[in-house]
Design a protein around this ligand. Structure first.
Ligand code: SF4
Length: 378
């Protein structure tokens, strides 16, 4: 049996997962439900190495299956089809076979903050992993800025040498009052120090920003402060992941009591526009590749694509209100992926009919229905 944690970044969908620690050592962020009923624990080096040995055996075993099926050790569609439905194999075989077939040699280290391990121990694990499992080309992990900010440059360089290629940080905001109220446990200064250390070590850096986190009170400061912090870091990637609050997140209670007022989709687009407008002097790739983002097509490489990204936000904000409603219903209902989809008259006609019926037949506000549609992705 090999352990796996509950989440990985969307961009790591093809990665092999290796759990180095369990859950989140901080676990206090108000907006985050992921580990709230779980306690953080470390895994011993012996335990992790034992799992690496098992992964290595499974890779060998899948190659033997390929040989038996006449594919000379290559992982083909037929090999995958043999393993997937076969209940004789532990489910981890599917995961490893998927990695061998679809993956690009990436391994993602779970859970929320693998960098909390002693750097020497982590380096030992990374070296062992690359030695035991062939074909690894990239190793990535989540890390907290407050942890990284305590690391030294030579420790980060050692991890880079041991094979750590990319770190994903949940930056969320660069504005201290928002970070404090949301109990992020990291300051803007931590974010800058952590991000700079990662970059200086030659490790690729992906920073997650949470549009909407400042709510109605601080949306402007949140956008400006976050842009300012990222302008100091110049990460390789800036990834947008808009705020959506499940009932299980502590923030839900504060919203219910009115203590915090959240933005609607249109205001979040305005905030994102202001944020991008203020990104300056950096060469990051910005993506909106999270299902919770209304406008997935906001993406590009700074500074060249800045105007293009702003024009996506403008194009949405310039729509008539009824058109924006249709787009949101189409997007959250799964019929639309981009603003160009509004040009399809058949789908648009169907959505218009649905919205018309809602207005006639339900006591709920259309905005409320749209919010519930979006919340289904949480
Ligand atoms: S540090 Fe990350 S995983 Fe931990 S509570 Fe905060 S958002 Fe959730």
């Amino acid at each position: 049996m090999i352990e796996q944690g509950p989440i990985r970044p969307p961009s790591e969908s093809k990665s092999l997962l290796l759990r180095l620690t369990r859950n989140c050592p901080w676990n206090k962020c108000l907006f985050c439900p992921v580990y709230k009923n779980s306690t953080f624990s470390r895994r011993s080096l012996a335990e992790i190495k034992g799992e690496i040995d098992k992964l290595s055996e499974i890779v060998d075993d899948i190659q033997r299956i390929s040989l038996k099926l006449g594919f000379e050790g290559r992982i083909t569609g037929t090999v995958i089809s043999h393993i997937y439905p076969n209940k004789d194999y532990d489910p981890i075989y599917r995961h490893v076979a998927h990695w061998l077939y679809f993956g690009e040699g990436s391994v993602f280290l779970q859970d929320a903050n693998s960098l909390i391990m002693k750097p020497e121990d982590l380096a030992e694990i990374l070296n062992y992993l690359r030695q035991k499992v062939p074909g690894i080309r990239r190793i990535t992990s989540y890390a907290r800025s407050s942890t990284l900010a305590r690391r030294k440059g030579d420790q980060m360089f050692m991890l880079r040498q041991a094979g750590l290629n990319r770190i994903h940080i949940g930056l969320e905001s660069g504005y201290d009052p928002v970070l404090r109220i949301m109990r992020k446990g990291s300051t803007a200064a931590d974010h800058i120090k952590a991000g700079s250390l990662v970059r200086e070590a030659g490790i690729s850096l992906s920073e997650y920003v949470m549009p909407g986190l400042g709510g109605k009170r601080w949306w402007r400061e949140h956008a400006l402060g976050t842009a300012e912090v990222l302008n100091r870091i110049n990460p390789d990637f800036i990834r947008l992941r808009s705020l959506r609050v499940p009932k299980t997140a502590p923030l839900a209670e504060k919203i219910d009591t009115g203590e915090i007022e959240i933005l609607d989709d249109d205001d979040v687009v305005r905030e994102i526009r202001l944020f991008i407008e203020n990104l300056d002097g950096i060469s990051s790739t910005l993506t909106s590749d999270h299902i919770m983002n209304l406008l997935e097509e906001i993406s590009g490489i700074l500074p060249d694509d800045k105007e293009k990204m702003l024009s996506v936000a403008d194009r949405y904000l310039d729509l008539e209100e009824e058109e924006r409603i249709i787009f949101k219903v189409g997007r959250w209902g799964g019929a639309y992926r981009s603003l160009d989809d509004l040009r399809d008259p058949v789908t648009k006609g169907k959505i218009e009919e649905v919205v018309h019926q809602w207005k006639l037949e339900t006591s709920l506000q259309v905005d409320q229905i749209i919010k519930e549609m979006a919340d289904q992705y949480i």
